[in-house]
Design a protein around this ligand. Sequence first.
Ligand SMILES: [Zn+2]
Length: 310
Amino acid sequence: MSAKLQLEKEIREAVVFLREKNQTIPSDTIEFMKIASLEKLNSLPDIEPKTIILCADCNSDNVLIKNLKKMKGLCVDCTGEHNLYATILKAEAKVIGFQVVGTANTDKEGDIHPDMLSSSALYSLKQAREMIKDRETENWGLLTIWSGDIEEPQYMFLGNPRQNIICPDEDILQILLDKRNGEDCTEEDSAEIKGYLRELKLPEEQPLVAEIQELFPQEYGEYLTEEESGAPENFSDLEVEEYLAQWGQSHREITSNLGLRPSHADSDEILMEDYFYLEGKKKWYPKSASTYTPREQKIVEYIRNDRDNY
Ligand SMILES: [Zn+2]
């Protein structure tokens, strides 16, 4: 893997780590960091093609070399010990997805797995592994697809190939996949996407929001403006109540959770950096959180501007 690719991989991993683990950095900030650093990376001059080591079974570069002389190693993607081989790839080559194909020297050689839509369909690692498992008595194996391997790849997953982004709504999933595969979006699609953003609630859908933002920047922008335009009308009192019930922590709870001394003199100033206090509820609330939905973030801003009423 080239230095540039390696760096891109690490940046993406860092972003996933931040999205999953941190409680305070808003997802917009993380997204901004990702875009800014990838742009910077892209502006660097291209590095010469590089020799890389791949798994002889599945073509993945996700390998741990055990014996370089004998070219043996462990493949993380297709799992287990395999032969390795060295090859030269363009500096910008990267893994864009996976397929499931018949194993060499068996009755399935040259075939694609029956669950694959077509020979240009690309799946995530998780989807591909499920296909293999569904027919584990037959001779199917993983194949890693690199940029340039397939002329017009058809993406069947969201996010990057080794990270699975869940979209619980099938219609929305289809719209996102169509857009990813370069299809024009209709006005109906656009309205559906905005409606879906307004209804998002589950914290686990947060990576999906980033994906929507990337695929539908215009709709995402319009949705944000709508939300900003008339805060009280856009979310119901019930939603505000739900937020207040779900996110508040008493002074005792929060100081204990954060490992602070419970006295106000020792903790108030520190807490006020990232939290705000509602006198009426006697509770602390995070100013922002990676697991907030965009709607919850807007609710927070609304409450903070009208603190005396809560
Ligand atoms: Zn492999």
